[in-house]
Design a protein around this ligand. Structure first.
Ligand code: RNT
Ligand code: ZN
Length: 416
């Protein structure tokens, strides 16, 4: 797109927003500071480098689009390629199974910071900060229950794994001079009617207490609930109620995965309630289509609502934004770019909201005025600000990245 045209459109947009009391330059500065934690697992359908086993734990990546990353080198190259089409500086969210195991099998209860040494170096070289996840799925000892398994030896195995993951996250945080956010999600649940529901939850609570016994300064723990997994439809040990209770009592971060709630539940509405009781939140921004399908994030109403809430709660510094989807049916680098840019666009639109005026209307009981302004806001020229933001960041404007990704596909991924 012509630079001149982008600037012209931006100037007009800036004037329109200024009339609403919004400084678009300031908004672009704010957006520049929003780092999205890009999930490493979109590049290879949640496979990782531990073993070639299949994906378990009630999650599924559907599709068989050619060109998925087959090793660490390809995964890193694909992530950097995707990042080059995304404005701003972002983080990388690693799962434990993506460790640099040097071709050897390193079991989950043996993993150490050394297995992430090359990642820490790579991240520093590329100006990316790291986040981390323990991995309870895709392992011979996963079964239906990990941290809540009545078999003490299996439980202890996963406790050891998760403790080690926290030590790795601490090392990452120390090295990057910024806390590493470590997410804990376990698939534990059961397919059919479960009568000892209390028992497994009590075990999970006890396991978490053991895992969190060590205090760290450079990492933050977050805990993620969900409604159900495939093959685990009747009971999820780590339900929403369970983790909210645990998180409030132990002051842990709560992870909200947008695919982990009942379809008509508003995830946006949870932000203000939770932030009154827990220190911070982590988001797994996803797109559930009829279930927790992990489709690519887009600029849809639930995502716009969610980002609006972060801004309306003045909580930009208390909400960490990560992505969580794994679509194996389309170009995977394209999937990263679409999803990350969509999250940024939602954030931009939230930052461009005439919040002071809306709050005023609301306080005055001016319901018509509030609704009218909300409606008008939808048609404001936010896209001109977005294009300018991309231009300033030296990344493709508009749909220009489509051709670039096609080229990378022709030259690189299609040859895999
Ligand atoms: C699963 C959870 C979890 C995983 C990743 C791979 O339903 O959303 O966050 O998607 O850990
Ligand atoms: Zn998630």
């Amino acid at each position: 797109m012509k630079e001149e045209l982008i600037k012209k459109a931006y100037d007009i947009a800036a004037e329109r927003y200024a009339a609403m009391g919004i400084d678009t330059n300031k908004v672009m500065d704010q957006l520049q500071n929003v780092s999205i934690s890009m999930h490493c697992w979109q590049a290879d359908d949640v496979t990782g480098f531990e073993s070639a086993g299949s994906l378990t734990g009630g999650i599924q990546a559907t599709g068989n689009y050619p060109g998925k990353a087959r090793n660490m080198e390809e995964l890193r190259a694909d992530i950097l390629k995707a990042a080059s089409y995304i404005p701003g500086k972002h983080r990388l969210n690693l799962h434990e199974i993506y460790g640099d195991f040097g071709g050897k099998f390193v079991d989950r209860d043996q993993v150490e910071p050394a297995h992430f040494e090359s990642w820490m170096q790579w991240a520093a070289e590329n100006g990316m900060k790291l986040d981390f996840n323990s991995t309870s799925f895709s392992h011979a000892k996963s079964g239906d229950l990990s941290l809540s398994n009545p078999d003490k030896s299996i439980r202890d195995f996963w406790i050891e794994h998760t403790k080690r993951c926290r030590a790795i996250a601490e090392e990452m945080g120390k090295r990057q001079g910024d806390p590493c956010i470590m997410n804990l999600w376990v698939h534990d649940g059961s397919k059919d009617i479960t009568v000892n529901r209390m028992k497994y939850r009590a075990l999970l609570k006890d396991s978490l207490d053991q895992i969190f016994a060590t205090d760290y300064k450079n990492m933050k723990d977050c805990i993620e609930s969900k409604v159900f997994g495939i093959g685990l439809e009747s009971y999820t040990v780590g339900s929403n109620d369970f983790y909210i209770g645990y998180g409030v009592q132990r002051q842990k971060l709560i992870t909200l995965d947008t695919g982990h709630f009942h379809p008509t539940e508003s995830v946006a509405d949870k932000v203000s309630s939770l932030l009154l009781f827990v220190p911070e939140l982590m988001l797994h921004v996803s797109r559930p289509v009829r279930w927790d399908s992990d489709h690519v994030t887009i600029m849809d109403d639930p995502t716009l609502d969610l980002f609006n809430e972060i801004v309306r709660c003045d909580a930009l510094d208390r909400v960490h934004i990560g992505l969580d989807y794994f679509d194996a049916s389309i170009n995977r680098i394209g999937a990263y770019v679409i999803g990350t840019r969509a999250a940024q666009k939602c954030m931009l639109r939230a930052l461009l909201e005439p919040l002071a005026q809306l709050r005023q209307y609301e306080a005055n009981g001016q319901g018509f005025q509030r609704l009218a302004l909300l409606e008008e806001t939808k048609a404001m020229p936010w896209n001109a600000v977005w294009d300018m933001f991309c231009l300033k960041n030296n990344v493709p404007v508009g749909d220009e990245f489509i051709g670039e990704i096609e080229k990378y596909e022709a030259d690189v991924t299609s040859k895999r």
